[in-house]
Design a protein around this ligand. Structure first.
Ligand SMILES: Cc1cc2nc3c(=O)[nH]c(=O)nc-3n(C[C@H](O)[C@H](O)[C@H](O)COP(=O)(O)O)c2cc1C
Ligand SMILES: CCCCCCC(=O)C(=O)O
Length: 353
């Protein structure tokens, strides 16, 4: 196992290494949340309020972590969440992340705010999904969807929790408004070669999801679903999956922790769609708990950036390997042979942290 700085035993160690390496302004951009960061903290705290009720004597000596998800076979139920600006963490940026995802046998969700062009990330050859902030310019949005299709992306992840930008006070204090010279949101280039700003479109609504549904045959997932009524609307609008997410606490501070929202979404969807979750996944036991409560898979955001900052491809690979090994051990200790055997009776909610 690669030991980063001799201390990379867990994701907190990797985060420490990243904090030491990164420009403090960029660390704060990556690490921070909105407002008082209540939701940011709540995501991780929610996992501390759930405990595992292990089964015994079930002969779980051979574990199989693989899952199938919307036509993709994954080595484990952990995907890479879309995060912006990977070149702030490492010169190779999203291309390094894509190599690590491909090696680990999982999906990288490429952010619309990637700092390498989608085609260069796709050239790595691993399975990609593309994250979209639908723009009010339908022509540009449509061209971007076609670009994702042409690059071989296997699904669209439409972020729906960002009608406006969250108030991120760490960034305001640093006056962090622009990328450093030479770094651009490469997917925002229009046919004239100009790189557009990403628009957070407060006009985004269900009819536009219907428009996207008509536009592409790619599976569509909605990212940022927290209310059960919205999960039912997602089913009604023909989407293919939902991601229970509060954007890692970066948008609506005070929003519910994702793990606390998960059971309501799982009940509302009632098996009709895969339900993914992100926010605060830092241990294999967190993955186990989320899957036991009904998630099909989880995504990780910040830990991937910490790995990237610390060691490029090897650093991201290390983060993914830590999560996979930790999940494998947790399953063994809980007497479970694989994700398909997890169920709600294996988890107890406790009052404190
Ligand atoms: C630095 C950073 C940038 C992000 N950029 C995007 C983005 O471009 N699009 C998006 O849908 N979500 C974005 N997110 C949210 C993540 O996809 C994900 O919801 C969140 O990071 C999960 O929480 P975690 O960091 O605790 O794992 C970003 C999160 C971070 C930390
Ligand atoms: C105006 C730049 C948009 C980048 C969005 C990245 C993002 O979603 C984040 O949470 O940060």
């Amino acid at each position: 196992m690669l030991a980063l700085d001799g201390t990379g035993l867990n994701l907190a160690d990797v985060a420490d290494g990243a904090r030491r390496r990164l420009d403090p302004v960029h660390w704060d951009f990556f690490a921070g949340g909105a407002g008082d960061e209540r939701t940011l903290r709540a995501n991780e705290e929610a996992f501390t309020r759930h405990r595992i009720l292990p089964r015994i004597l079930r002969g779980a000596q051979v574990r199989d972590l693989r899952i199938s998800l919307l036509g993709c076979r994954l080595a484990m139920p952990v995907l890479i969440a879309p995060t912006a600006f990977h070149r702030l963490a490492h010169p190779e940026g999203e291309v390094a992340t894509a190599h690590a995802a491909a090696e680990a046998g999982t999906i990288m969700v490429v952010s619309m705010a990637a700092t390498r062009p989608l085609e260069e990330i796709a050239a790595v050859g691993g399975p990609l999904w593309f994250q979209l902030y639908p723009q009010s310019d339908l022509g540009f949005t449509s061209a971007l969807v076609r670009r994702a299709e042409a690059a071989g992306c296997r699904a669209l992840v439409v972020t729906v929790d960002s009608p406006v930008f969250g108030r991120r006070e760490r960034d305001l204090r640093h006056r962090f408004v622009d990328l450093p010279p030479g770094l651009l949101c490469e997917n925002m280039r229009d046919p004239s070669g100009r790189v557009r700003d990403i628009e957070m479109d407060a006009g985004l609504d269900w009819p536009r999801i219907g428009w996207l549904r008509e536009l592409t045959t790619l599976p569509i997932l909605l990212k940022g679903v927290l209310h059960p009524a919205d999960a039912r609307l997602a089913v009604a609008h023909g989407v293919d999956g939902v991601v229970v997410s509060n954007h890692g606490g970066r948008q609506l501070d005070g929003a519910v922790a994702t793990l606390d929202a998960l059971p309501g979404i799982v009940a509302a969807v009632d098996g009709r769609l895969p339900v993914l979750l992100d926010g605060g996944i830092r241990r294999g036991t967190d993955v186990l708990v989320a899957l036991a409560l009904g998630a099909t898979a989880v995504l990780v955001g910040r830990p991937v950036l910490w790995g990237l900052a610390v060691g490029g491809v090897a650093g991201v690979r290390h983060v993914l390997d830590l999560l996979r090994d930790d999940l494998d051990r947790a399953l063994a200790l809980a007497g479970v042979a694989g994700p398909g055997e997890l169920s709600g009776d294996l988890v107890a909610k406790v009052a404190g942290g």
